[in-house]
Design a protein around this ligand. Structure first.
Ligand SMILES: Cc1ncc(COP(=O)(O)O)c(C=O)c1O
Length: 425
């Protein structure tokens, strides 16, 4: 499928930035993507024309109610659920803490929560913090050689005492995609709830919470073209109605509002809705090509409206990014002294590629790449346990994250610059 990357790039004003006359390459997407003009316009329009708190009886407050409802509808289409299964907060970490400390009311001493080594701390720490309430934490291992979850160990750890399984959909450190449906099936077999961290996955794959069969799913909209400040939580209606949540007694008890504490970041939420519209627009632009591609067409067949366009947009972007990621891995592997970390070829993965360069710390490598206008992240990215298992906590990983606006030229620039770094040491 031919992806119109220039159509996408034109929409991101940030891509006009240059360093020493050369365009900057934004490979920092897993830390947060750039923002298209349509999203910037929606945020500005909100602040200029509609800014107010909600649930009042004058024009701007009524408009704010409508705009927030529109954003909730858009996110529901993005996740494949109903509007009342979408709760907003400030980011995934905060929402997961609130969720954990709400769910703890229904846990008993000796109940078990299964977390994994492949997860970001945002889907580990909130659950670990329940330990002092008598909850037992089990940890599923990662196979360090393949950067994938050890499913045998995972299966052995799920038992009749397991109440919650917290699992990552895609690793922000190495790009591994985990079969969250398999985790959900194992959890549901013993009556446990499944909480999926889709923060990294959300930029790279179609989210269908029904197909994934998860009970809760979290993501942060700044990872998919929105401004900072909008966390999103899907809560399956039948489960959400039963669980207690942390909120003021004056706040609504109905889902999804029971998961929302205090005044939210309205402009960021409006921006999140606009970001979904941007993805849908990307889908409309590529729809004919998606339908003409036998590998992709089946995934949009039977869908209609904005959901179809969102799915088409995600599929088109991924069809663009995957070959770029393969070329990046291949190019890096040819450089003496470079080690690439990630799942084996053929295993589902995102277009996020992590590596080390000789004896350089990731910080040093990224400083030097940054001076050439190549913006890459360094460190453990809070996927602390995984990076520890890789033995890289001291020096960290260098992470190149591709996004729909990434180009083949940028990939070649990274390969050439890393080759130079490796040669210089
Ligand atoms: C996979 C993953 N989970 C959770 C988080 C935490 O997200 P936030 O900082 O928005 O709470 C991140 C952030 O990078 C992430 O990549």
């Amino acid at each position: 499928m031919k992806f119109d990357v220039q159509y996408v790039r034109r929409q991101f004003p940030a891509l006009g930035r240059t360093l020493d006359g050369e365009p900057v390459a934004y490979l920092d997407g897993p830390g947060g993507t750039q923002v298209p003009q349509s999203v910037i316009d929606a945020v500005v329009d909100y602040l200029v024309n509609h800014n107010a708190n909600i649930h009042g009886f004058f024009d701007t407050t009524i408009e704010s109610d409508h705009l927030m409802a529109d954003a909730r509808d858009a996110i529901a289409d993005f996740l494949g659920c109903e509007w009342d299964e979408v709760a907003f907060g400030f980011n995934t970490t905060t929402m997961n803490f609130l969720l954990a400390h709400g769910l703890v009311h229904d846990l008993h001493e000796g109940d078990e929560i299964l977390i994994t080594q492949i997860d970001h701390e945002a889907n580990r720490g909130p659950w670990i913090s329940l330990q002092d309430r008598g909850v037992v934490i089990r940890e599923a291992q990662v196979d360090a050689a393949t950067c994938t979850l050890d499913w045998d160990a995972f299966e052995r750890l799920v038992n009749e005492r397991t109440r919650i399984v917290a699992v990552n959909w895609a690793s922000n450190a190495v790009g591994t995609i985990t079969d969250v449906r398999r985790a959900a099936d194992l959890a549901h077999d013993v009556g446990a709830l499944v909480v999926v961290d889709a923060v990294h996955y959300a930029l790279h794959g179609v989210i269908d919470v029904r197909a994934a069969d998860c009970d809760f799913l979290l993501c942060s909209a700044y990872k998919f073209f929105a401004p900072h400040g909008c966390g999103v939580m899907y809560a399956r209606r039948s489960v959400a109605e039963l669980v207690r949540s942390l909120r003021l007694c004056t706040q609504l008890r109905e889902t999804p509002f029971k998961f929302e504490t205090g005044t939210l970041d309205h402009e960021a939420i409006v921006g999140a809705g606009a970001a979904v519209e941007f993805i849908a627009d990307m889908g409309r632009h590529h729809l004919r090509r998606v339908k003409a591609d036998p590998a992709l067409a089946a995934q949009v067949d039977g869908l209609d409206g904005r959901r179809r366009d969102i799915v088409a947009g995600m599929l088109a972007a991924e069809a663009h990014e995957q070959p770029l990621a393969r070329r990046l891995v291949e190019g890096l592997l040819e450089i003496p002294g470079v080690t690439v970390y990630g799942p084996p070829e053929g295993h589902p993965r995102t277009s996020t590629v992590s590596f080390t360069v000789g004896d350089l710390t990731a910080e040093e490598a990224c400083r030097r790449l940054g001076r050439q206008g190549l913006y890459l992240w360094d460190g453990h990215f809070y996927a602390y346990r995984l990076v520890e298992r890789l033995g890289l906590l001291d020096r960290g990983l260098v992470r190149a994250g591709l996004a729909p606006y990434s180009t083949a030229d940028e990939v070649e620039r990274v390969i050439a610059a890393v080759r130079e770094l490796a040669a210089e040491g």
